[in-house]
Write a protein that binds this ligand. Structure first.
Ligand code: SAM
Length: 319
């Protein structure tokens, strides 16, 4: 009985308190000054507690287990997420690279065997070569300096720069293999300017015309296509232990493509080798090549040297 009375008493007390609070709130909000002050106070509290409020007071110490949004927006830290982490196999001897690629990519048959197949014979030109900055002095300078056994070109198109490099290595009496990574699709709409590159059922004959160019210039012993997307091809070469002494990056020119290609290519650059690429100083660099190169160099503490329209990074630091 006593318990029941206590509960009733507590409930009445609670009720009275609630009524008092409601009355007080009504009075406060009836006063416009108090209303405005309360409004401003709640806005300020919300702003300070929002994640975009930029105050160093809110930044946890550097080694905090709960890094703040401000620490995460630290660029080099965030870009760690984009680093290529594929494990590369131990480097294979350079003289084994060509046969490995023929075995693994072409079932042991050279892509030059029985070329051209009958269905494209009439559609190819004897020689159709066009490139961009493909004969710059940088090629001869770097080949003279590096004397590469393996050159990896990322972005080949019709083979202008690859065939120029093949010619330079031949003149120097070097035994060099040039691996040409390209999906040989060009880019959407490229045939507006290359109408003579034929198409069969929507399949552009860029690859066949490249093979034709290589054979026309008797370079099939030193130039080998790797006809896949740059990302998958560079990753695969890394997994197979194929490394380059000299790597040219000249495929996609937007920031993301250039960034990905440079990072992947760097993984398979022989220590002491040189990586370089086109369009550091042309209209195309606005699409991202220069930004990607500069950011890559900055993060890795490397020097970028400019050579004509090309950028050059020497992994040995010899400028
Ligand atoms: C500017 S052209 C290369 C020109 C060549 N280096 C020269 O100077 O003669 C760019 C080439 O990159 C290739 N390419 C673009 N993005 C690619 C990707 N993600 N994977 C493979 N090839 C790509 C295109 O098919 C095109 O042939």
């Amino acid at each position: 009985m006593k318990d029941k009375d206590d509960t009733k008493e507590r409930s009445m007390h609670h009720h009275r308190l609630q009524r008092k609070l409601v009355d007080l709130t009504k009075k406060l909000f009836a006063n416009p000054t108090v209303f405005v002050i309360l409004l401003m106070l709640s806005y300020a509290l919300g702003y300070i507690s929002s994640p975009t409020f930029n105050s160093s007071r809110h930044t946890p110490p550097p080694n905090s287990p709960n890094p703040s949004i401000f620490q995460l927006t630290n660029l080099p830290t965030q870009l760690d997420n984009f680093r290529v982490t594929t494990r590369c196999a131990n480097p294979i001897p350079p003289q084994n690279a060509r046969q490995l690629i023929i075995d693994r990519l072409f079932n042991g048959t050279s892509p030059y065997s029985n070329f051209p197949p009958p269905h494209v014979t009439q559609l190819l030109r004897a020689r159709r070569i066009k490139g961009w900055g493909s004969y710059g002095a940088v090629f001869s300078r770097l080949i003279n300096k590096v004397k590469p056994r393996i050159i990896i070109e990322v972005g080949t198109f019709l083979g202008a720069s690859a065939l120029h490099m093949s010619n330079l290595t031949r003149q120097l009496g070097l035994d060099t293999q040039i691996l040409c990574i390209d999906d040989f699709r060009g880019w959407p709409g490229f045939r507006d300017k290359f109408k003579d590159i034929q198409m069969i059922n929507g399949d552009i004959l860029l690859y066949y015309q490249f093979i034709q160019n290589v054979m026309y210039l008797n370079a099939s012993e030193s130039v080998l296509p790797v006809p896949y997307s740059s990302g998958s091809a560079l990753t695969t070469l890394c997994e197979w232990g194929v490394t380059g002494d000299l790597i040219e990056v000249d495929a996609g020119h937007d920031f993301n493509s250039a960034w990905a290609d440079i990072n992947r290519a760097w993984r398979i650059l022989r220590p002491g080798g040189v990586i370089f690429g086109h369009d550091y100083f042309t209209a195309a660099d606005n699409r991202g090549v220069r930004r990607a190169v500069n950011l890559f160099a900055k993060i890795n503490g490397l020097q970028v040297r400019i050579d004509g329209q090309h950028w050059v990074i020497d992994s040995a630091g010899n400028m």
